[in-house]
Design a protein around this ligand. Structure first.
Ligand SMILES: [Zn+2]
Length: 103
C-alpha cells in the first residue's frame, strides 16, 4: 500500500513515509510530516489501523480524511510516539522545547 502526499500527490511506501515523520506533538496527539519530494508539511494523527489527516481549528485537530493502513500500531512513550507496522518501528520524537507549552 502507498501513502500519498496531500500536496504533490507523490506516493510513498510506509517505510519512506514514516521515516519522514519528524515531530510528535504529544499534547495534541499530532505527528508532523514533511514531504521528501515537495517540502509540504502535513499534520496527521496515527490510529490503530489507520492514519487521520486533517487540520487544526480553534486549537483542535479535526480529522477530515482517513487512510486505512492494515496492521498499523501506535504506542505513546515518554518523549516520543512509536509507530509500528510489520516488525518495523519508527520513533517520532517530541521536541523538548514544546513541553512547556503542551497541554
Ligand atoms: Zn509532496
Amino acid at each position: 500500500m502507498l501513502i500519498p502526499c496531500l500536496a504533490c500527490e507523490s506516493r510513498f511506501r510506509p517505510e519512506e513515509y514514516f521515516q519522514a515523520c519528524h515531530d510528535y506533538r504529544r499534547g495534541k496527539d499530532l505527528v508532523f510530516w514533511t514531504c521528501p519530494r515537495c517540502g509540504n508539511q502535513d499534520e496527521l494523527r496515527v490510529f490503530p489501523g489507520e492514519l487521520g489527516f486533517g487540520y487544526q481549528r480553534r486549537g483542535k485537530f479535526d480529522v477530515s480524511d482517513r487512510l486505512r493502513v492494515p496492521g498499523l500500531r501506535r504506542q505513546r512513550q515518554d518523549m516520543r510516539l512509536d509507530i509500528s507496522l510489520e516488525e518495523k518501528v519508527w520513533r517520532v520524537p517530541t521536541r523538548s522545547r514544546q513541553l512547556a507549552g503542551a497541554h
